[in-house]
Design a binder for this molecule. Structure first.
Ligand code: B3K
Ligand code: ZN
Length: 876
């Protein structure tokens, strides 16, 4: 396939300032008439051909300025329309008529049908499946859209912008016209038509304009949209307060559909959502679902300014909108909930998804320079690491200067398609700082590592930190340049208070941040009488790994005393990780795993510490996942030994704290009416993790069964079902709970997704058979991305012992399924295939089998560009 390169960027010869679309909707044959105002850019020769993108299109008519084109004047293929003879005038009108079949479109790109609703997905390159166009983000156009449909089939007709008019036509048809005054790239176009239930509300903006808000859902599900609506209004207010961003149209609509390739899409004025991120109540959604809905509603809404008003020049700049918008939604959630808890959760996610990407064959810079398939670059690196990079800019500049830079960004680039260079420049201009070395965070792949050691000299009262940076080689980038790493730190005295120092040399230290810019810094703090404990990378100020020579005593001290909540959590997490790695080695050596009592004691202390938020305590008690442990071990992974080490530690903690955990569990029972707020969710999270521990002890199975049957919300019910299915697999209690759950929720696909997920993640070699059987269950469908991700995605990316079964059967199932999904939906298949990205860190036996599985995919016939790209990069 073709490789697209950043350095090849050049603007197109033509622009399309106005786009008029008419849709005559019908499931098998929808007519699309595009009336485009085309403009030749200044300086471009009149003989330059106009080359429009298409994808599987059937051309019915093409006219310029009212006259049909002669066959000699154009060339049409399904994937391109080239107009070879273009009028000499600088502007002309081009009419293109195409026909598309939404009903047969299982790729879920372009115009398709989801449960009888017409909807679109155009990012990144889906618009070209609707009509021939300059389908690239730097071509901004003002859209007017007329939708015609049968009123009984589609009483509701929506598109971007504001409604202009609507009326009946003959023969039971009707139409509506929408106009979006803001020029936008084609990837932000959207259309929805169908029979949907509506929830309405309104919002008054900071300048006093009233905005009509609508959330559209499957009829009968209106009562499940209340939380999403509330989150939307809070997002709109927050963006005004935090960033001065005001909404700019008279209406804002959200539509929930059940077949969707990702979470949601920020189309101007008409966000389209995976219904999983809209519909919720206590019966059907967990606290994690509520938090995700809040974050994604906010994320898509925030794109209105960071993405839509200011868009990307080309797809290499994807992080310009995505990294920045993730940063904004993280800040929003931090303000709505607990900042410390949110930060810990973010870092856990980053480490679980971005670190393995950055440390494996699919590593790429936050701003890539090459791609074969852009849809494969909607990655944790672009999104999550992209957000961390924006966070570091704020850390370096300080809140106020950062905000000034953002204001400059909105002022300078509103209405433009911008680049990462533009983004960095606004912060350079706002601060007067040189950010060129810092900009390497956008250009260089790989997770930097900092090696740190310390010495204290009581005689000279000098405390010294030696810090050395290295950036590992990544595919096609063997040599790395030195990065600018803002490392937040604290020196903590024996009383837990910050240790004062009189001066520091060896690095710039500002506001508690050491600026690492060279390979090696020897940072000397003078006037330090006693040896302090060092708290490093406070608040996770930089997305790096640390190799610290630190005494275990210091680690225990910081886990109990660090004033930075994140670092305190980190200290305990490091203790747990170290213990787990040691246990893993003991298991491989055939020895029993033993754990220090001060570790299990500390777990108890944290669990019972009433000065800490319950949500924080729950996060601290959550052991590193099997994948986390494997990543930290790094190579030669035997997933079964990892699993056993984790189970052994869980049992040791539970046994040592039996009485405490059980009292706390009883005490945390909540009789109040359900509320999804962060504090209530935190109490449920703590109680549910205690259940997880207690379930390992005698009578744990009965306790979990009780928890399940007495649950009054989905959070508790799903937590108990997980405990039963995972820890007491095959027991009568587990079998009964799974059956009860299925009986109650059989008609609710989103809840049945949880049922599929819980079973797909049951540890052990037998699960591959369960999953195979579940592919034939009526709750499953190969055509629906949510079902596929719940069953196949969970099994392959969240079940280490099942998927990596020693005989390779997990991989065989995976190969077959990925290829089957691919026939319908290449994008979803390519995403699934990334589950094998860390195959080289497995022990040799599994490694060979994983490689065979990847090769089997690579050698399959008619492989899509999406899947080929992932598999070939993974194998390199
Ligand atoms: N911008 C969309 C993602 C589009 C993915 C295309 N393959 C959702 C988001 O990030 O907000
Ligand atoms: Zn986004």
């Amino acid at each position: 396939g073709q490789v697209f390169k950043l350095e090849d960027y050049r603007p197109n010869d033509y622009l399309i300032p106005e786009t008029n679309l008419t849709f005559r909707l019908s499931p098998q044959a929808t007519r699309v008439i595009a009336v485009l105002t085309v403009e030749r850019r200044g300086g471009v020769s009149a003989s330059a051909p106009l080359v429009l993108d298409g994808d599987g299109l059937t051309l019915l008519r093409v006219e310029i300025d009212g006259r049909p084109l002669e066959p000699a004047d154009y060339m049409a293929t399904p994937d391109q329309l080239t107009i070879t003879t273009v009028p000499a005038t600088p502007r002309f009108q081009l009419v293109i008529e195409t026909e598309v079949a939404p009903a047969g479109n299982e790729t879920l790109m372009g115009l398709y049908r989801s449960s009888n609703v017409y909807c679109t997905q155009c990012e990144a390159e889906g618009f070209r499946r609707i009509t021939y166009f300059l389908d690239r983000p730097d071509v901004l156009s003002v859209y007017t859209v007329r939708i015609e449909a049968r009123r009984d089939e589609a009483p509701l007709l929506l598109s971007n912008g504001n409604p202009v008019e609507s009326a009946d036509l003959t023969d039971g048809w009707h139409y509506a016209v929408w106009h979006d005054p803001f020029p936008k790239p084609s990837y932000l176009f959207a259309l929805v038509a169908g029979d949907l239930g509506k929830v309405t509300d309104s919002f008054v903006t900071m300048s006093g304009r009233k905005v009509e808000l609508g959330i559209y859902v499957e009829p009968g599900k209106e009562m499940l949209a209340g939380y999403a609506m509330d989150a939307l209004k809070r997002s709109m207010r927050w963006d005004e307060e935090a960033f001065g961003c005001e909404y700019d149209l008279g209406v804002f609509n959200i539509v929930a559909v059940s077949d969707f390739n990702m979470g949601a899409m920020e189309n101007k004025g008409l966000n389209i959502f995976n219904d999983k991120y809209v519909l919720a109540d206590q019966e059907t959604a967990t606290d994690a679902d509520f938090a995700n809905i809040e974050a994604i509603i906010a994320h898509e809404y925030f794109h209105n300014w960071t993405g839509n008003r200011i868009t990307c020049r080309d797809w290499f700049q994807l992080c310009l909108k995505e990294g920045l918008t993730v940063f904004r939604d993280h800040e929003f959630s931090a303000d709505q909930r607990s900042r410390a808890v949110k930060r810990i959760a973010e870092v856990r996610t980053l480490r679980a998804h971005q670190f393995p990407e950055d440390q494996g064959p699919l590593a790429h810079p936050v701003r890539p320079r090459r791609y074969r398939e852009i849809n494969n670059f909607y990655t944790a690196t672009v999104y999550e690491k992209g957000s961390e990079v924006v966070r570091m800019i704020r850390t370096i500049l300080g809140d106020e200067t950062f905000r000034a830079g953002m204001n400059l960004y909105f002022e300078r680039h509103d209405g433009q398609a911008a680049t990462i260079e533009d983004f960095i420049k606004v912060f350079e201009d706002a601060s007067g700082r040189d950010l060129q070395q810092f900009a390497l965070w956008y250009h260089q792949a790989g997770t930097p590592n900092l090696t740190v050691s310390s010495t204290h000299n009581p005689g000279s009262r000098e405390f010294t930190l030696e810090i050395e940076q290295s950036v590992p080689p990544t595919p096609s980038e063997s040599r790395k340049r030195l990065m600018h790493i803002p490392l937040a730190f604290g020196l903590v005295g024996a009383d837990g208070e910050p240790v004062a120092y009189s001066s520091v040399e060896g690095a710039t230290v500002e506001n508690g941040v050491i600026h690492i810019r060279k390979r090696r810094h020897v940072v000397r703090f003078s006037g330090v009488a006693e040896r302090p404990a060092v708290s490093l990378n406070r608040g996770f100020s930089a997305p790096v790994t640390l190799s610290v020579e630190q005494k275990a005593d210091d680690q225990f001290f910081l886990a109990g005393h660090d004033s930075d909540a994140f670092s305190r959590w980190q200290a305990f997490n490091t203790i747990l990780t170290d213990a787990l790695i040691a246990a893993f080695r003991q298991i491989l050596g055939g020895k029993p795993s033993v754990f220090a009592s001060r570790l299990t004691d500390l777990a108890g202390k944290i669990a019972g510490d009433e000065t800490l938020e319950p949500a924080y305590r729950a996060l601290a008690l959550a052991l590193p996942s099997e994948a986390d442990i494997a990543r930290d071990i790094g190579k030669n992974i035997d997933p079964d030994a990892v699993f056993r080490s984790r189970e052994a530690l869980a049992l040791a903690i539970a046994t040592a704290n039996k009485k405490l955990f059980s009292d706390l569990y009883d005490h945390l029972v909540d009789d109040d009416a359900f509320s999804p707020d962060a504090a209530s969710a935190g109490r449920r999270a703590l109680r549910n993790i205690l259940l997880d521990y207690l379930s390992l002890l005698p009578a744990g199975r009965e306790l979990a069964a009780d928890h399940f049957h007495s649950a009054t919300n989905m959070t508790d019910r799903a937590a108990a079902l997980t405990v039963l299915a995972h820890r007491h697999h095959g027991s009568p209690e587990a079998i009964k709970a799974l059956a009860d759950f299925e009986a109650v929720y059989a008609d609710d696909p989103l809840v049945m997704d949880k049922w599929l997920q819980i079973q797909a993640s049951v540890p052990g070699p037998q699960t591959v058979d369960t999953v195979r059987a579940l592919t034939r269950h009526s709750a499953f469908s190969m055509a629906n991305p949510n079902r596929v991700r719940s069953l196949i995605g969970t099994f392959s990316s969240a079940n280490q012992t099942g998927f990596h079964r020693a005989d390779g059967d997990g991989y065989r199932f995976f190969t077959e399924t990925v290829l089957e999904v691919e026939k319908r939906n290449p994008q979803v298949a390519a995403r699934l295939a990334t589950a094998l990205r860390s195959w080289r860190s497995l022990e040799p036996g599994r490694q060979a089998k994983a490689r065979e599985a990847l090769l089997a995919i690579a050698n399959a016939e008619n492989l899509s560009a999406d899947l080929r790209d992932i598999v070939e990069r993974t194998l390199v």
